[in-house]
Design a protein around this ligand. Structure first.
Ligand code: MG
Length: 294
């Protein structure tokens, strides 16, 4: 099932998307939002599946899709350097920060106010930063609480997958000591969606194709098979001694091709169109738009 979020008559609703038909079945209001379904366990998803048959159907063009997830337990959890080719392309370009290949995954977080919908504008303010970079990523949402989850059981805790773009401000990251909070948490800069594809529709999260295009030019193009630490390992490592709860979102890292590692460098500008795509999970289309942030 592909769960989408949109507003009908002023109320946020959940829908089940039929991609082939370019249509969405509007689920009954009693089932709640996608956030409610994510926290409702298998029974809620079963109820949504059952209700999708016979629910009123709208063409996808008749709704404006919002971020499928709107209610966050905490910051968005993120993975750094999770594709070796991306780790290597940034060697010598991180300022004073240039570590050896890690033996465990690197994690950081982004504030929930970063999140925007699959067609929303990416906020851009040159007074804040002149180095806005794109990072196409596979995101996952946890569906079952757990702590110290064994790698062998980790995928059972994943409710589903989405597409995200971890838009970053490189000069801000460096101006504040090479850390990953400033430059990763600017409001309205992280598209998420276009819908939440439940895990049963994703037989192997290690075989997903990730792409990012800017103004029609393909700049990132990779398989999740190239991940340094696969999804199950990420969950096992992140949950060691730290409870992951239904609704927690984890970004799994970006492949090579980011703008700051290119020669010459490419940074996003007002008016650019960023298309972020994961085969089987859908596509985000976001325009970079000048916005007063400071
Ligand atoms: Mg990233």
């Amino acid at each position: 099932m592909r769960l989408a979020s949109f507003t009908v008559d002023g109320r946020r609703r959940a829908g089940a998307v039929d991609e082939a038909a370019a249509a969405v079945a509007v689920l009954p209001e009693r089932l709640g939002t996608v956030d409610d379904l994510v926290r409702g366990g298998p029974a809620a998803l079963d109820a949504a599946r059952a209700a999708a048959d016979g629910a009123p159907v709208l063409p996808l063009t008749a709704v404006r899709l919002e971020s499928p997830l709107q209610r966050f337990n905490r910051d968005i959890l993120c993975t750094g350097w999770n594709y070796w080719d991306h780790f290597e392309e940034s060697r010598g370009k991180r300022g004073h920060e240039d570590p050896d290949r890690p033996i465990r995954p690197t994690f950081f977080t982004k504030g929930p106010d970063t999140v925007i919908g699959p067609g929303d504008d990416i906020a851009y303010d040159a007074a804040l930063s002149t180095q806005w970079d794109y990072e196409a990523e596979i995101a996952l949402v946890i569906g079952r609480d757990g702590r110290s989850i064994p790698e062998s059981e980790a995928l059972q805790h994943v409710l589903g997958y989405l597409v995200a773009n971890d838009v970053s401000q490189r000069d801000l990251q460096r101006a504040h000591g090479g850390q990953w909070l400033k430059g990763k948490s600017i409001d309205a800069t992280m598209p998420l969606g276009p819908w939440l594809t439940t895990a049963d529709e994703v037989p192997d999260p290690g075989a997903l194709h990730v792409q990012c295009e800017v103004n029609g030019v393909l700049l990132q193009n990779a398989s999740s098979a190239q991940m340094a630490f696969p999804v199950a390992r990420l969950i096992a490592e992140l949950s060691r001694g730290m409870t992951l709860r239904a609704g927690d979102v984890l970004l799994t890292g970006t492949p090579s091709g980011i703008g700051s590692a290119r020669d010459p460098q490419i940074f996003l500008d007002d008016g650019d169109l960023v298309v972020t795509r994961v085969a089987g999970l859908g596509e985000l289309r976001n325009r970079v738009a000048a916005t007063a942030l400071v």
